[in-house]
Design a protein around this ligand. Structure first.
Ligand code: PEP
Ligand code: MN
Length: 642
C-alpha cells in the first residue's frame, strides 16, 4: 500500500500517519518519489483505506496487489524514463549500450568506445571489477580500469555504466561512474542494493540467472526504497535445462515486466546466448518484443579478449546490428536514440592553432556548400559554432589558409572505398607553406534526399557527386530507370533540389544536407558498404622549417606523420627507405605510388607512419630518409584519429 502525503504536511501529522500504520501491523518506509513524498506500507496489517485517507496531510492512498510497490505499474501508470546525462532510457526510444566485457587497457577501451560510438551506441559499458566464476580468471583492472573507461567515455561523449560488486567499492567508484550495474550474481545481495540505491545514481539491475520475475522486481524495489529514482531492468538469460546456449533468453519476460512495472527494460543478448553468431538475432527479437534498449559486448579483437571473447561482437557486426535495429524501430513505434558527439570547443581549437601560427583570423575553410561532409568534419573538429568560409575548390581552402583569411582548413585526403584524393596530395606539394596538423575520420552515410512530396515512384532523376553514385551502386541498380546527373559536390546537388522543388528529382548526400535545405530523407544508409569512411586532415600555415606541433585535437603529442618523396631510379632505392623505417621500429600505415606529372614513368610515394613515443628517434628517421630520397616533403605530424 502506498500513502502519498500532501506537499506541506507537518512533521506532527506525518508522525501520526506513521503511528496509525504501525499500530495496525504494517512495516513502513518513507521516501521521496518523483515530486511526491510517500510512505510505503507492507505486511499483513489491516486498515480501513477510507479512514486512512481522511488523516490530516494524507493526499491519497493506493492499495497494491503486489509485494512490490514502488516499481509497480499500479503505483505509477506511465513509463519511467531514466536519464543518464544526455542519454534517456524508456519511452518511445531504443537506447543501446555497448563496450567490452572487461576494460583490459587504456587503448582497448578507447578503441572500442570509438567504434561503438561511430555505430550509434550512446552509453559505454565495461567491467573494471569482474565477478568471475573461477577465482583464477581475469578479475578486472579495478579503479585504474574505471579511470580508463571514464576518459574513453568523455572522449566520445558517452556516459559509462560499470558493475559494482561490493558496498565499499560503490562509495569508491561513485565519482567515476555515471550508472552502476548490479550483476546477475549480485541481484539478491541486499546490502549491496541498499548501498547502491542510497547513492542516488541510475542503476542497471541484471536479472539473476535463477531469479523469478517477482524476485527481480523485489530487488528493484530495494533500490527505489533506498533512494535512487532511476532503475533500468536488464534481462540477461536464465538458467534452464537447455545447454546449447550459455543461458536461455527469456523473451516473454519483456512484455510481462513491462505490464507489471513502469521501469524501463533492456536486454543483454551477449550473456543470454553466449555465442557471437546468435547475439544479433536475439537482440532483434528483444527489440521486437518491446525492449527499451540493449547492452551488447563488443571487442575490437575478440580472440584476444581476456573475458567473454566468444560472445563479443566484432565492431563490424555491431554496426550491422545497429542498422537492423534502426530499420526495425519504426515497426515497434520507436526510434533509435542518438546523442550528439562532442566536438572540440571552437575557442580551444582556435587557440591551439593561433598559438602555433600567430594567426588572428578565426574562421575555418572547407570546400563545398552547407551540409557537405567536409563541413561535418569541420564542426566535429572545431565545434558547431565555428565561423567558416566555404570555397568552390580545394585550392580555395589552401589559398584561404595561406593568405590568412582562414586560420585553418579541412580537406579530405582519403576515402576507405575510393582511395586517396590525389588533388589534395598534389596541392600539398604546390603549397609547401601549408602543413597537416590534425586528422579526423568521418563515417559517410549516404541518403536519398528529395522534396517533401517526393516518393520512390515519383523520382526519375538522381543527382550527386560521382563518388556518391559509385558508393551507392547496389541501391541504384535496383532502379535502372533513374537518370543520373553528376554534380560537383553532394551538398550542391541537394541545394539544386531545394531551389527547384521538383518531385521527380532526388539527390544522394548526407543527412545533414537534407536538414540544411529542409528536404526529406527518403531512404537512409544506401551506400553499398557501410564501412565507408573519409579521412580529413586539418591544415594550417607552416611555421619555420620544422613541422608545427599539432593543436591538441584529441590529445597531447603527435603520433602520426605523413610525407611524400621520390627515390633515385636505381635498384634498391625504395627498399633502402623502408629499411630505415624497419630498423628503427617505425610502423608504416600507408604506402602508395603516384605518377609524377610531366615526368612519365617516374613516381611519388605517399607515406603515413606512426611516430614512436621517443620522438628523438623519429627526427633521426626523417633525416635518414631525406638523405635516401630525392624530393622529400614533410606534410605534417599530428594526432591520429581513431
Ligand atoms: C556483465 O555484464 O559484464 C556481466 C558479468 O553480466 P551478468 O552479471 O549478466 O553475468
Ligand atoms: Mn561479460
Amino acid at each position: 500500500m502506498i500513502v502519498v502525503l500532501s506537499k506541506g504536511i507537518s512533521l506532527h501529522d506525518k508522525e501520526l500517519v506513521r503511528i496509525y500504520l504501525k499500530d495496525r501491523g504494517f512495516s513502513i518506509r518513507e521516501q521521496g518519489f518523483g515530486e511526491d513524498s510517500i510512505i510505503g506500507a507492507t505486511g499483513k496489517g489491516v486498515v480501513d483505506i477510507r479512514e486512512l485517507g481522511l488523516l490530516p496531510g494524507v493526499e491519497r492512498v493506493t492499495a497494491t496487489s503486489k509485494p512490490y510497490e514502488l516499481v509497480s505499474r499500479e503505483t505509477q501508470s506511465e513509463d519511467s524514463i531514466v536519464t543518464i546525462g544526455p542519454v534517456k532510457i524508456g519511452g518511445a526510444r531504443i537506447s543501446v549500450i555497448a563496450g567490452p566485457c572487461a576494460v583490459e587497457s587504456k587503448e582497448q577501451i578507447r578503441e572500442t568506445a570509438a567504434r561503438v560510438r561511430e555505430s550509434g551506441a550512446v552509453l559505454l559499458r565495461g567491467g573494471a571489477y569482474k565477478p568471475r566464476t573461477s577465482p583464477y580468471a581475469f578479475q578486472g583492472l579495478g579503479m585504474k580500469g574505471l579511470e580508463y573507461m571514464k576518459a574513453a567515455g568523455e572522449e566520445q561523449g558517452m556516459p559509462i555504466v560499470t558493475e559494482v560488486v561490493s558496498p565499499e567499492l560503490a562509495t569508491q567508484m561513485n565519482d567515476l561512474t555515471d550508472m552502476f550495474q548490479i550483476g546477475a550474481r549480485n541481484m539478491q545481495n541486499f546490502e549491496l542494493l541498499k548501498k547502491v540505491g542510497s547513492l542516488g545514481k541510475p542503476v542497471l539491475l541484471k536479472r539473476g540467472p535463477s531469479a523469478t520475475i517477482e524476485e527481480w522486481l523485489l530487488s528493484a524495489e530495494y533500490l527505489l526504497a533506498s533512494g535512487t529514482k532511476d532503475v533500468v531492468l536488464c534481462e540477461r538469460g536464465i538458467r534452464t535445462f537447455e545447454t546449447y546456449t550459455r543461458n536461455t533468453l527469456d523473451i516473454s519476460a519483456i512484455p510481462v515486466v513491462k505490464g507489471l512495472s513502469h521501469l524501463p527494460v533492456i536486454v543483454d543478448p551477449s550473456h543470454a546466448v553466449g555465442i557471437r553468431a546468435k547475439v544479433a538475432p536475439a537482440a532483434l527479437a528483444a527489440i521486437a518484443a518491446g525492449a527499451d534498449g540493449l547492452t551488447v559486448e563488443v571487442h575490437p579483437r575478440p580472440d584476444e579478449a581476456l573475458s567473454d571473447g566468444p560472445q563479443s561482437l566484432i565492431p563490424d557486426q555491431f554496426e550491422r546490428l545497429m542498422r537492423d535495429i534502426e530499420a526495425m524501430a519504426p515497426v515497434v513505434g520507436k526510434e533509435l536514440l542518438r546523442t550528439p558527439r562532442p566536438s572540440l570547443p571552437h575557442s580551444a581549437g582556435v587557440k591551439a592553432i593561433a598559438a602555433i601560427t600567430g594567426s588572428i583570423a578565426s574562421a575555418v575553410a572547407f570546400c563545398g556548400e552547407t551540409g557537405a561532409f567536409a563541413e561535418q568534419a569541420l564542426m566535429r573538429a572545431f565545434g558547431e559554432e565555428a565561423p567558416r568560409i566555404s570555397t568552390e575548390s580545394f585550392s580555395g581552402v589552401f589559398d584561404a589558409v595561406l593568405d590568412g583569411s582562414a586560420m585553418a582548413g579541412v580537406v579530405p585526403v582519403e576515402n576507405s572505398l575510393a582511395g586517396s584524393v590525389h588533388e589534395n596530395y598534389e596541392l600539398f606539394l604546390r603549397y609547401p607553406d601549408i602543413a597537416m596538423v590534425g586528422e579526423l575520420k568521418l563515417r559517410i552515410v549516404h541518403c536519398l534526399i528529395g522534396d517533401e512530396r517526393a516518393t520512390l515512384d515519383s523520382i526519375a532523376i538522381v543527382r550527386s557527386h560521382p563518388q556518391g553514385f559509385a558508393q551507392c551502386r547496389t541501391f541504384l541498380d535496383k532502379h535502372p530507370n533513374w537518370q543520373l546527373e553528376p554534380y560537383n559536390n553532394t551538398a550542391t546537388a541537394v541545394a539544386s533540389i531545394a531551389r527547384e522543388g521538383a518531385i521527380k528529382v532526388a539527390a544522394i548526400a548526407g543527412e545533414a544536407a537534407a536538414r540544411a535545405y529542409g528536404l526529406k530523407t527518403l531512404v537512409s544508409g544506401i551506400e553499398t558498404n557501410p564501412l565507408n569512411y573519409t579521412r580529413f586532415v586539418i591544415i594550417s600555415r607552416r611555421v619555420g622549417d620544422t613541422a608545427p606541433v599539432p593543436p591538441s585535437l584529441g590529445s597531447d603529442t603527435p603520433n602520426k606523420a605523413s610525407f611524400v618523396f621520390s627515390v633515385p631510379d636505381k635498384p634498391g632505392s625504395l627498399f633502402a627507405c623502408l629499411k630505415v623505417l624497419s630498423e628503427r621500429g617505425i610502423n608504416l600505415s600507408k604506402l602508395e605510388s603516384r605518377p609524377i606529372q610531366g615526368q612519365p614513368w617516374r613516381y611519388l610515394f605517399y607515406v603515413d607512419v606512426n611516430i614512436p613515443e621517443a620522438s628523438n628517434v623519429f627526427n633521426t628517421v626523417v633525416d635518414e630518409l631525406k638523405s635516401k630520397t630525392e624530393d622529400f616533403h614533410f606534410l605534417g605530424a599530428y594526432r591520429a584519429s581513431l
